[in-house]
Structure formats: structure tokens, C-alpha cells
Design a protein around this ligand. Structure first.
Ligand code: SF4
Ligand code: SF4
Length: 346
């Protein structure tokens, strides 16, 4: 069941106690639809997502064997050998790593059902397939790991999916991880279905919730999400915001600028006002990934302006924390260079 690591390249011989590795190699995994991978990152030269257990559908995992396999990877890193798939990854860093067997970085991505149909979602092309696809249960395996005392806090647990609140094992899983001491759980949710486990995590200041509403009016919401849950989502966001621990501001709304759908200052202003009125004090800005990949060298001026405008308006509001995701930040920082390339190509 355990995948053979096929290709490696030798970076340098490293005999020091410090060596180049990453948190996922040392103490993490990514539970995917058909396998268990080391991580979910793939935007670098090597392509990431090294498979650890191939063709996985919820079978019993021998965690002792799993740790043994991980130790082999650690030993490679100690010798200065980096996996081919990790080549160029910005998560690689040189530091001292402990030599213990435990897990504190986990990503759950093993289901695809959702109660939205976002136009920009990877499930969009085959929404019937992704919405009917059955997921396997991971809870029993994680429970075993917890009982072995091998799950710790201090890392990051992420739920992607699909909509996490629709995953039958989501509530018991989050509660178990909180009980096990996990103190940094990140959940991307559509916000349509209310989750008591998310509420608990927010109340304890150990869970970050990100809801990408992307709109300030029902019309734009329905155009992007293709469901009519606008009011329900804001109602749930207000409940989540009310439950969060003071000064932690871990319930976040997100605005993905999606050109031709929500690319006006008026729409953003309404979104910001609704966020503030719901009690949200932390938000995220991004630019839609698929659009960006196709248009990065021809981004029109008004999109750069909207990004700057949104950031300034959010910072001037009662938001305490405004996060600009990497792609959008990269766009802002390299604006002059990209505009030059764009204008020269005309
Ligand atoms: S170095 Fe990057 S690609 Fe390799 S396991 Fe870590 S996060 Fe994944
Ligand atoms: S909420 Fe997320 S998973 Fe659901 S359709 Fe939208 S992007 Fe896809």
C-alpha cells in the first residue's frame, strides 16, 4: 500500500544537525480522494503532492509502518537529499528538526460534495460527478492516531473539500482534534450549513473560518455561486462572529475578485458593510485563480485599482486584520512590471 518514492536528486551533503526539510515531510499528510499524499502543494517546479499511500479508500492504516516510511524520508533529508517532487518548494527550509514520530500537519481533502456551485470551482465542469462522488471515512484512522498519542498541536489542520460542514464525519473529527490539543484548525466553508464544531473552535480561539462570499448583493452572489443562500450565509456569519473569542478575529469573510462578476467598487463596499455589520473583524482578499492564470500579463488597470481600493477601504473600516492572499499580493507588488509587459505586447 505504501508508495515507493521513485525519484530523488542529491542537493548537497549535509552533516550538520540542521538540515533542509519541511513540516509535511516531518509531521504531516494530506488525505485526498484516492490516496494519501504528503502535502497539497503543487505550484513549484517539482510539482509536490508526493503520494504516500496509493489507491487509498479508508482502509486500516498501520501507523507504525507509516512513521517508519516517514523516517526514511527524514533520513534522506538529513543526508541533503531532497525529493524530486519537493524541488523548488518554498516550504523547504534549513533548521533543526526534532526526531519524533507525531502528526501536527493534516489536510483533509477527501470529499467533493458542496452546497454551492461556484463558477470558478474546479468541480464546475463536472458538478454532478463531484456532487455524487462518495467519500471514504477517515475518522476511525485519525481516532487510532489520537489514541496512540501521536496527534499534537502547534501545526496546522486544514479542511478543503467540498464543503466541510456536509462531510458526515466533520463534526466528530473537529471535536476530536480540538480535544487532542490541535490549536490551529483552518476551515474553508461556503457558510451555508451552520456547524456547531466550527462554533466551538471559534469560541476556543483554535479554529479559523474562511467564508468566501465574494459579493454584497444577492444578485451577484447567485451569479457566482449559482444557489440562493445569500441571506442564510450572512445570518450564519453573524452567529459565527458572535461566538469567536474576543480579540482573536478568526471568523473571516473573503472577497475573490472575479472579473466580469463582482469587479466593482460598489459591490465590494456592500460586501464590506455586510461583513462589518455581521461582526466580522477579519477579512481576506484574493483574485480568482483561473482568470489570473489566463490573464496575468493583461490585467486591466481597473482590477489593480479595485484591489488597492478594497485593501484601503478594509483597512480604514473596523476590520482588525486584512489578509491579501499570495497571488493578489504578487499582482500588487509587481504591478509596474506587469503593466509594462502588457503595454509592450499591444
Ligand atoms: S517541501 Fe513542499 S512539496 Fe515537499 S512535502 Fe513539503 S510542502 Fe510538499
Ligand atoms: S464553496 Fe468551494 S467547494 Fe463549494 S462550489 Fe464553491 S469553490 Fe467549490
Amino acid at each position: 500500500m505504501f508508495e515507493k518514492i521513485k525519484s530523488i536528486f542529491v542537493k548537497k551533503e549535509n552533516k550538520a544537525s540542521k538540515y533542509v526539510s519541511c513540516e509535511y515531510i516531518q509531521h504531516g499528510f494530506n488525505v485526498d480522494y484516492e490516496d494519501i499524499k504528503m502535502c497539497c502543494f503543487n505550484c513549484h517546479e517539482g510539482g509536490g503532492r508526493q503520494i504516500l499511500i496509493d489507491n487509498y479508500k479508508g482502509e486500516n492504516i498501520d501507523w507504525n509502518k507509516f512513521f517508519k516510511e516517514k523516517r526514511k524520508l527524514r533520513e534522506l533529508n538529513k543526508k541533503g537529499i531532497i525529493l524530486e517532487r519537493c524541488k523548488g518548494c518554498f516550504f523547504l527550509k534549513e533548521r533543526e528538526w526534532d526526531d519524533e514520530d507525531y502528526i501536527n500537519f493534516m489536510v483533509f481533502n477527501h470529499w467533493t460534495q458542496c452546497n454551492c456551485k461556484c463558477k470558478y470551482c474546479f468541480t464546475n465542469e463536472q458538478s454532478d460527478f463531484f456532487n455524487s462522488r462518495k467519500n471514504y471515512n477517515m475518522f476511525p484512522q485519525i481516532e487510532k492516531l489520537v489514541k496512540m498519542g501521536k496527534v499534537r498541536g502547534g501545526g496546522e489542520i486544514g479542511f478543503g473539500g467540498g464543503e466541510p460542514a456536509l462531510l458526515p464525519e466533520f463534526e466528530p473529527m473537529v471535536n476530536m482534534l480540538l480535544d487532542a490539543g490541535c490549536d490551529n484548525i483552518r476551515v474553508h466553508s461556503s457558510g451555508v450549513k451552520y456547524s456547531p464544531a466550527i462554533e466551538r473552535g471559534l469560541a476556543e480561539g483554535k479554529l479559523t473560518l474562511v467564508v468566501s462570499v465574494d459579493s454584497g448583493t444577492p444578485e451577484v452572489y447567485e451569479n457566482i455561486k449559482r444557489v440562493n443562500h445569500f441571506d442564510k450565509v450572512w445570518e450564519n456569519l453573524a452567529k459565527y462572529a458572535a461566538s469567536q473569542t474576543n480579540n482573536k478575529y478568526k471568523a473571516k469573510t473573503k472577497y475573490i475578485i472575479y472579473p466580469n462578476f463582482n469587479d466593482t467598487k460598489e459591490e465590494f463596499d456592500k460586501f464590506l458593510e455586510l461583513s462589518v455589520n455581521a461582526g466580522i473583524r477579519s477579512m481576506v482578499l484574493d483574485v480568482e485563480g483561473g482568470w489570473y492564470e489566463q490573464n496575468k500579463y493583461k490585467v486591466p488597470d481597473y482590477i489593480y485599482d479595485l484591489l488597492d481600493y478594497a485593501l484601503k477601504r478594509a483597512e480604514d473600516s473596523s476590520m482588525k486584520n486584512v489578509e491579501v492572499y499570495d497571488r493578489a499580493n504578487h499582482m500588487r507588488i509587481n504591478k509596474e512590471e506587469y503593466i509594462k509587459l502588457r503595454d509592450n505586447a499591444k
